[in-house]
Design a protein around this ligand. Structure first.
Ligand SMILES: [Zn+2]
Length: 390
């Protein structure tokens, strides 16, 4: 029932509009224009001002023609990662890919296009539907900032779907119902500066101290539910100076709060143990190495039951189409983490995007269309009041 040709052309149009995080204005204005033409009531919220981007989240309300049906929230993010400027999408053998010099940006232009095409279809085909509330968010890729700052009280939906993952159906993918909690960690290790050739014994090498801490640290996959990473290390001024400072940034994630706490304590302990081994006395004065730390919650985990309304609704919709859907846990966070935290039960449905955040990213058209079919069927089902789901 959806118009595949129109949908693939539309996603290519969106992909051609640059929209790095904090710079989503142009794509936001296009979506607003298109949504207004479809009868949507649109406005940009204040999230852009809060995060210092060039536009806020685009919030859209489409009034349903079946007034007693429950409202549903649909969401996808407008921003993309780098290298993501001047993208030249091309269709080949059932996929869309870039020219190999940039990402494709199907993460998450595919989600934007699925939602837009389904709204077009329900308007054209006179389908019965309840109110549809749409959040096209900013700055997902830099810490879910748009979803973090969205004022959800603009919406009435109690459940919804974020379109921002791999495959809508099939063995390895489907709807993500569980995402971990994540913490950002920063450590600043202070040593003591000295001339590396003349008097290295008067220094304490901050790079060496930090290296000892990191070498003793459990990183990577900690267990089935927990991961940790040191991703950035910066420090030093010159090869002939014993460095007095190094700055380290990393993260830890877990589906279990206890395991997350334990991993963070372990990472902190590695730094504290390392600095505690360094102390020197010069002209009667004692210097010790120190570490400053900042630990900040990135987002809280989400964990939606397979018995929840939204999971049952999507499952039923997929079954009606002869498809089957699995629920699964992801190691990544998404905007749905924040929507859940704000009281809207949201899962993350796949769009067909593959190898995201690389120049090899591609979109599988068949899966992309399938996600739209599932959404269309979900909206139809959602309008049927006597469904046992309500
Ligand atoms: Zn994404």
């Amino acid at each position: 029932m959806i118009d595949k040709q129109r949908m693939s052309e539309y996603v290519m149009d969106l992909i051609r509009i640059d929209s790095l995080s904090y710079k989503e204005k142009e794509v936001g204005l296009k979506l607003r224009k298109d949504m207004e033409e479809l009868g949507g009531e649109c406005f940009f919220d204040d999230a852009g001002k809060i995060v210092k981007g060039n536009i806020g989240n685009l919030l859209v309300k489409i009034s349903g023609n079946k007034k007693d049906a429950r409202p549903i929230l649909l969401s996808a993010h407008m921003d993309t990662v780098v290298p993501g400027e001047g993208i030249k999408p091309q269709i080949e053998d059932g996929i869309i890919k870039s020219d190999g010099t940039t990402i494709l940006g199907s993460d998450d232009k595919s989600g934007l296009a699925i939602i837009t095409e389904v709204v077009r279809t329900i308007k054209e085909k006179n389908i019965q539907y309840g109110d549809i509330e749409i959040a096209f968010t900013i700055c997902e890729e830099v810490g879910l900032l748009g979803a973090r700052h969205i004022d959800i009280s603009n919406f009435k939906s109690k459940y919804g779907i974020v379109f921002d993952s791999g495959s809508p159906t099939g063995f390895s993918a489907s709807i993500i119902t569980k995402c971990p909690s994540a913490e950002k960690l920063e450590f600043k290790v202070h040593g003591l500066e000295a001339h590396a050739g003349v008097c290295p014994e008067r220094g304490m090498n901050a790079i060496k101290i930090a290296s000892e801490a990191i070498a003793n640290m459990k990183l990577g996959r900690i267990d089935a539910e927990t991961t940790a990473n040191i991703g950035i290390i910066e420090g030093g001024f010159a090869i002939n100076i014993v460095p007095n400072f190094v700055h380290i940034k990393g993260e830890a994630r877990s589906h279990s709060e206890d395991k997350l706490r334990a991993q963070i304590e372990h990472m902190r302990k590695c730094f504290h143990d390392a600095v505690s081994r360094y102390e020197i006395t010069l002209e009667g004065k004692t210097y010790i190495a120190t570490v400053e730390e900042t630990i900040e919650r990135s987002y809280d985990k989400m964990n939606i039951s397979n018995e929840s309304k939204v999971v049952k609704l999507i499952n039923q919709a997929a079954n009606n189409l002869g498809l089957s859907i699995n629920t699964l846990a992801s190691g990544g966070g998404c905007d749905a983490n924040y929507f859940n935290k704000k009281g809207v039960e949201c899962v993350n449905l796949g769009t067909g995007m593959k190898e995201i955040h690389t120049v090899n990213e591609y979109l599988v058209l068949e899966e992309f269309y399938q996600a739209a079919d599932i959404l269309l069927e979900t909206i139809k089902l959602n309008a049927i009041l006597d469904l046992s789901l309500h």
